[in-house]
Each structure stands twice: as C-alpha cells, then as structure tokens.
Design a protein around this ligand. Structure first.
Ligand SMILES: *Cc1c(COP(=O)(O)O)cnc(C)c1O
Length: 321
C-alpha cells in the first residue's frame, strides 16, 4: 500500500504552497465543560472552506503531462468537488464534478464558479458515480476518489502532522467520519508518532456506511437521506480498497450522533466560539455535548472539517435559539 507516514510527509512538502496551514485554537468553554484541554483544528479556513483541498491538491499535483491533458473527474457530496475544482483550476486542468441531487445549492454554485463542469445525476453518490465511471471509461478522464485513493488519504493525513507540531501533548483526536480518508490519514500520522493516541471517529445516525461496514467486516450499501451532515452521506464503495482497512486497524472507537445533537453542536460553536460549522464538521462537538465520549483529563484535538453549510439549514438550526 503506498500510504505511509512517509507518503504523508511527502504530501506535506508537495501541497504546502497550495493550501492553508490552518491554526489550532483552544475551545475554552468546552474545555471547562468536559474538564479537558480541547483544541480545534480550523480546516474551515481553507480557501474552499473544507480540508478536502489537501487530498485533492496532493492527487492533482502528481498527475503526469498526459493525465493533465485528459482532465479529472470526481464524485462528491460537495466539498471534495470544490477542492478538486480549485486545485484543477490552479493547474489549468479541466475538471468534471458529478454530484447527486442531495448536494446543497451553495456547494453546487461554489464548484461552478471555480470553472468546473458540473453534472447533477440522481439522488445518491452511487448514481453520480455511474456517470463518473462512464467519463473515466469512455472519455479517459482521471478519476479522483473523495476518500479511497492513496494520494487523497496522504493529503488529509497532513492534518495529523500539523497537529503533532502544534500540540505534541495530544492524546485523543476526534474526527468526523464518512468514507474514512480524513480519519485514515490522520490516524496513520498520529499512530506513527505514538500508538497510544486515542483516535475516535464520529458520524451521523442516518446512513453510517463505515460503521455498518466495520460491523459487517466488508463494505455495505446504505440509503442516502438528507441530513444536516450532508458532507458525511454516501457509501464507502463496494470495491473499497484502502479506507476500510485503515479504519479497522487504526481507529479505536466510533460513535453515532443524531440530527438534533448535530444541530445543538452547531449552535454551541456559534455561541461559544463565534464560528459557523457545517453539520459534518460538528459531529465531534455533538458527541461531547451528548456525553457519548468521556475525555476528562485528556488533551483533545477536534477537527473542524468544514463550514459550507447551506444558509437554509443554518437558519433552521438557529431558529431554536
Ligand atoms: C468529506 C468530509 C468529511 C468526512 O471525510 P471522509 O474522508 O469522507 O471520512 C468530514 N467533514 C467534512 C466537512 C467533509 O467534507
């Protein structure tokens, strides 16, 4: 497998001029509430509003001349597509982004405005993937998976290296979990530094593909429904090659949170830190507020993975204030 601590260091060097070295900030109220030292990695400050720019950039910078001419295609719940579109534009590479009808309008518009060719197909990632596979087979585009791709996983893993630089005392990391590229890369970087660092993955109750796949011991299909955590939707791919194995080997604990818990977490972060998170990024906070995770006395890093929440969803969440 060409994913290793070394490939993550190489990714860090490769992408450093193209992404934001994001800050890590202390969550004061939450630290008090949980009797822990809790710090937040602000991936919301990436130019695309989400960490997925790291993996997309690492993959695109490694294309050869012939591949660059053919162009790239990606299936996405929004943030990966935006990362691919951004990195492709920077390199003057043609990008086609295949989205399902569940992707919020704000994400669709952001991808279009980066100059990518957007295709909206069906109502699930699986349906969007059929079109992406067709473009790969018939038109020769290079497909960049949102999570199950060594260069993408290594790119996301650079977050783990930055955490070690900024917070070497970290002994627990809480990561939003969907396809597992984010947690797989981070866990690989952190466990190489210290196998004792506790790695927790949190996802939503609606269609938790990775958790069901862990239970089954193989990739399983899930129904996709609309959720506050729309960026965590979709399956892990029935042909999953990398992330299921990484999660099986490196993730210590997985948790589920409900829509209400996610909404409450978004409000809490707004109230206590004056930051806006999208639902997919708020699941770690949701787990802590719901007392599903005991971190007393620990040095905890939370990944604020994105802030591209649709205004309508944000308004609904804030109506409870
Ligand atoms: C994609 C995404 C995740 C989950 O990442 P995976 O690599 O699919 O597990 C979490 N948060 C946000 C904001 C995302 O866009």
């Amino acid at each position: 497998m060409n994913i290793s601590p070394l490939s993550i260091y190489q990714a860090k060097k490769r992408i450093s001029q193209h992404i934001t070295r994001t800050p890590l900030v202390r969550a004061h109220e939450l630290s008090d509430l949980c009797e822990a030292e809790i710090r937040c990695k602000l991936e919301i400050m990436q130019p695309t509003g989400a960490f997925k720019l790291r993996g997309a950039t690492n993959a695109i910078l490694q294309l050869n001349e012939e591949q660059r001419k053919r162009g790239v295609v990606a299936v996405s719940t929004g943030n990966h597509g935006r990362g691919v579109a951004y990195a492709a534009r920077e390199q003057s590479i043609h990008a086609v982004i295949c989205l399902s009808g569940l992707v919020p309008e704000n994400k669709v518009e952001a991808i279009k405005s980066l100059g990518a060719d957007v295709r909206i197909i069906g109502n699930s990632q699986d349906e969007a993937e059929i079109e992406a596979n067709r473009l790969t087979e018939e038109e020769g585009l290079i497909q960049i998976s949102p999570f199950d791709h060594p260069d993408v996983i290594s790119g996301q893993g650079t977050i783990g290296l930055e955490l070690l630089e900024d917070f070497p005392e970290v002994n627990c990391v809480v990561v939003p979990l969907s396809g597992g590229g984010l947690i797989g890369g981070i866990a690989l970087a952190l466990k190489a530094a210290s196998p004792k660092i506790h790695v927790v993955g949190v996802t939503m109750e609606k269609g938790p593909a990775m958790i069901l796949s862990l239970k089954a011991g193989k990739p399983v299909e899930v129904n996709e429904e609309d959720s506050l955590a729309d960026s965590l939707g979709g399956g892990i791919g029935l042909q999953n090659q990398y992330t299921l194995k990484l999660v099986q080997e490196l993730v210590d604990e997985t948790l589920l949170v409900s829509e209400d818990e996610i909404g409450r977490a978004i409000r809490y972060v707004l109230q206590t830190q004056r930051m806006i998170l999208e639902g997919g990024a708020a699941v770690g906070i949701a787990a802590l507020l719901a007392k599903k995770l005991d971190v007393r006395g620990k040095n905890v890093a939370l990944i604020y993975s994105g802030n591209n929440i649709a205004e309508k969803k944000l308004k609904n969440v804030l109506d409870y204030l």
